[in-house]
Design a protein around this ligand. Structure first.
Ligand SMILES: O=CN(O)C[C@@H](CC1CCCC1)C(=O)N1NCCC[C@H]1C(=O)Nc1ccccn1
Ligand code: NI
Length: 183
């Protein structure tokens, strides 16, 4: 099972790489990896297991965080109706998003970052994500609220982006996204 020892920390080059797309349909090795990432979130959210194995509770994890530069993410948290939502996706992609932005009041953290970093991390309020599930089935889903934030945090990891890259040094509590580059 995955434990905190498997999670690489900032400074490790893999966290700054752009991860490679996986084969679709997924091969046995990638399916095992994605399942282990989903199991990690489950274990990390179980008080007994988390205590036993000294796991930090996670609501999401991306394969680069376990030193596998492949485009795979797992998410496990409750939605706005307090229902558990669990996803394991290969090659996730944000195919559309709101102009409106949001952010976590308490800021963001990261299992690969062993320090507190304050500041607003602007995220799109609503996103539409496309990807492939463990069976290689295509998934297209809309997310809003906390789930949308988690998915954006995880997909950033696949592109070598850390949450603090999005905090504006000059105005750490700014609540808007920087303008798209003007072509
Ligand atoms: O890339 C993936 N990661 O780095 C694990 C991160 C992902 C989340 C950070 C912000 C959005 C996604 C993670 O889950 N954490 N970050 C470190 C602290 C513990 C934990 C956390 O924020 N837990 C949490 C937050 C709100 C409500 C309930 N639980
Ligand atoms: Ni993270």
């Amino acid at each position: 099972m995955l434990t905190m020892e498997d999670i690489i920390r900032e400074g490790h080059a893999t966290l700054r790489q752009v991860a490679e797309p996986t084969d679709i349909p997924p091969n046995e090795e990638d399916k095992k990896t994605l399942q282990s990432m989903m199991d990690f979130l489950l274990h990390s959210q179980d008080p007994e297991i988390a205590e036993e194995y000294n796991l930090r509770p996670g609501v999401g994890i991306a394969a680069p965080q376990i030193n596998i530069p492949k485009r795979m993410i797992a998410v496990r948290t409750t939605n706005h109706k307090d229902e558990l939502e669990e996803y394991g996706l290969f090659n996730p992609k944000i195919i559309s998003h709101s102009a409106e932005t949001t952010f976590l009041e308490s800021g963001e953290g990261c299992l690969s970052v062993d320090r507190e970093i304050t500041g607003t991390v602007p995220r799109y309020s609503r996103i539409k994500v496309e990807g492939y599930d463990l069976n290689g089935e295509k998934v297209v889903k809309r997310f809003r609220g906390f789930l949308a934030i988690v998915f954006q945090h995880e997909i950033d990891h696949l592109n070598g982006i850390m949450f603090y890259d999005r905090i504006d040094e000059d105005d750490p509590y700014k609540e808007t996204l920087p303008p798209k580059e003007v072509i």
